[in-house]
Unconditional design. Structure first.
Lengths: 413, 85
């Protein structure tokens, strides 16, 4: 037992400070109301307070902090995207992540592992080369590597892939990292809370009120709040929130599943992704193999797990790492992800004045948590889309100005 | 494994199908909606709806009625039931 814990045996008051304030009642009005206490909503609250002096903010969460996709993802952080606007945006997030443990005073276990996107076909190799060139041009460490490099980095990987789709090369991204996802939400939540932001859990938004085309309030299961500014950061629940305002978007909700094995000795210190085999795998600091695959085959608003997912994932993983056949799967789970047609987010202003959107995070939004919080805070404070997010506006679909990030998606969809 | 009970081909595992998308009639005109909105926008909230499903092994198309919140299939019919062949 640690001395810190032992100390509590002799102290009457439990002295460990709470992470978050727990306000008893909802206020009548706030300058900004944020719907959703996932990483994105909490990060935005933090940067509103830190960068813009906006403290009278409520974050409303229908469940618990970080209980959405923030606490369900496989925590891969990278910036080797395909489009220049994507690369710039995600790379700015990586820069923030590097200093975030110190800034939030919480250990995020941010760990740079090196990220390999395996190519099993000429077409994938071509996209990998294209990505490497765009990345290098924008100063992101990214290169195409061959068999020998991969063998040095991961000698356990069976590159002939059991004779089925042998590996031809890989896109290597040295800064690729993993982090502790819950801590990202807790860290932002605690700092926002210390700055005066109120976080109300078990508080569901059921309606948004407008007057003359402007946001005027938010209706919750605990009463109505006046506000002129609302941010929706609800990922898999975005279509329902948009409907409250009569807005539409191309977002479709699909389950994305993941699983972990029992903990084993450390052997994999890189992140391995294969789009052709629809899988990605890394080893957590506890020793579990963290594994995921592509989306479920059909739209669904549910977080149920399936046997089809684990069985087909294991089938593919064993082509690359046959020795894992002895290792047991411990847990599996699902999140509801908000997919967009171009695999880029939907951020910024909307046709309703005072209503801001941070959505379309699909299977890729954990890595964007810091930068989306920061750019959305700036957008809300100034009323103008931050320059890093102008290409991600909802209006791009009406204008047929899609972003085209699909080629950088981790796994085939 | 989820089993889909189909006319003609009987009970089949989910993994044999490709879910292609919602089956809805094309509107005569867009009634003021912009072409971009018609092409891209979706109504992705939990609901019961009819979808096109394709069964690769037999090359048959089905219309599947499904609840997208409850993960429940309500009915399956052959898409071209009244065409010959
Ligand atoms: C299995 C899986 C693996 C993934 N892997 C990766 C990865 O490796 N790398 C990566 O970058 N991304 C990954 N993602 C995507 C990433 O998890 C998400 O894009 C990101 O976490 C979204 O964060 P968020 O804060 O926007 O949403 P969430 O964390 O989902 O938070 C939204 C919150 O809003 C709340 N809410 C919803 N409706 C209401 C309402 N009406 N009123 C009040 N509250 C409401 C919800 O309860 C929820 O807590 C993965 C996702 C999944 C499911």
């Amino acid at each position: 037992m640690s001395l810190r814990l032992l100390k509590y045996a002799f102290i009457e008051d439990y002295a460990e400070p709470r992470y978050f304030n727990t306000p008893d009642s909802l206020g009548d009005s706030y300058d900004v109301v944020i719907i959703g206490a996932g990483g994105h909503g909490l990060a935005c609250a933090y940067y509103l307070a830190r960068d813009h002096g906006i403290h009278n903010v409520a974050v409303l969460e229908k469940g618990y902090i970080g209980g959405g996709n923030t606490g369900r993802n496989t925590t891969i952080i990278r910036s080797n995207y395909l489009t220049p606007e994507g690369v710039r945006f995600y790379d700015a997030s990586l820069s923030l992540f590097r200093d975030l443990s110190a800034e939030l005073e919480i250990n995020l276990f941010y760990s740079e592992r090196g990220h390999y996107t395996l190519a099993h076909s000429d077409a994938t190799l071509r996209t990998a080369r294209w990505r490497a060139e765009v990345n290098k041009h924008l100063g992101v460490d990214s290169e195409l590597v061959g068999e020998e490099h991969i063998a040095r980095a991961c000698p356990e990987l069976r590159q002939d892939c059991g004779g089925n789709h042998p590996i031809l090369g890989a896109l290597y991204h040295a800064p690729g990292a993993v982090a502790r996802h819950d801590a990202v939400a807790w860290g932002y939540g605690r700092k926002a809370s210390q700055a005066g932001v109120e976080i109300h859990q078990k508080t569901e938004v059921v309606g948004i009120e407008t007057q003359g085309g402007r946001v005027s309030g938010v209706v919750t299961n605990r009463g109505t709040i006046h506000t002129s500014t609302v941010l929706s950061a609800v990922a898999g629940h975005t279509p329902g929130v948009l409907k409250m305002l009569g807005l539409s978007s191309p977002i479709e909700i699909y389950p994305l599943q993941a699983c972990v094995t029992e903990p084993i000795k450390p052997w994999l210190d890189t992140i391995i992704v294969s789009g052709s085999l629809h899988l990605y795998i890394s080893q957590s600091s506890r020793g579990e193999m963290v594994m995921g695959a592509s989306l479920d085959p059909m739209e669904l608003h549910s977080r149920r797990s399936t046997f089809e997912f684990v069985s087909s994932l294991c089938d593919q993983v064993l082509d690359l790492f046959p020795f894992l056949s002895e290792v047991k799967i411990n847990r599996q789970w699902a999140g509801m992800v908000d997919m967009t047609p171009d695999f880029a987010p939907i951020m910024g202003t909307t046709p309703v004045a005072g209503f801001f959107l941070d959505a379309g995070w699909g299977t890729w939004g954990f890595k964007a948590t810091p930068i989306s919080g920061k750019t959305m805070a700036n957008t809300i404070a100034t009323g103008q889309n931050d320059e890093l997010i102008t290409s991600f506006n909802l209006s791009r679909f009406e204008d047929f100005q899609l972003v085209g990030e699909k080629g950088a998606a981790a796994v085939g969809h | 494994m989820k089993i889909i009970h189909c006319p003609v081909i009987g009970p089949r595992p989910l993994t044999e199908f490709t879910v292609v998308g919602v089956s809805a009639p094309e509107p005569e005109d867009l009634g003021g909606m912009s072409p971009g909105a018609w092409v891209f926008n979706r109504d992705s909230v939990p609901m019961e709806r009819t979808e096109w499903w394709y069964h690769g092994a037999t090359q048959l198309w089905f219309k599947v009625r499904r609840h997208t919140g409850a993960d429940r299939i309500v009915g399956v019919e052959l898409a071209r039931a009244n065409k010959n062949g």
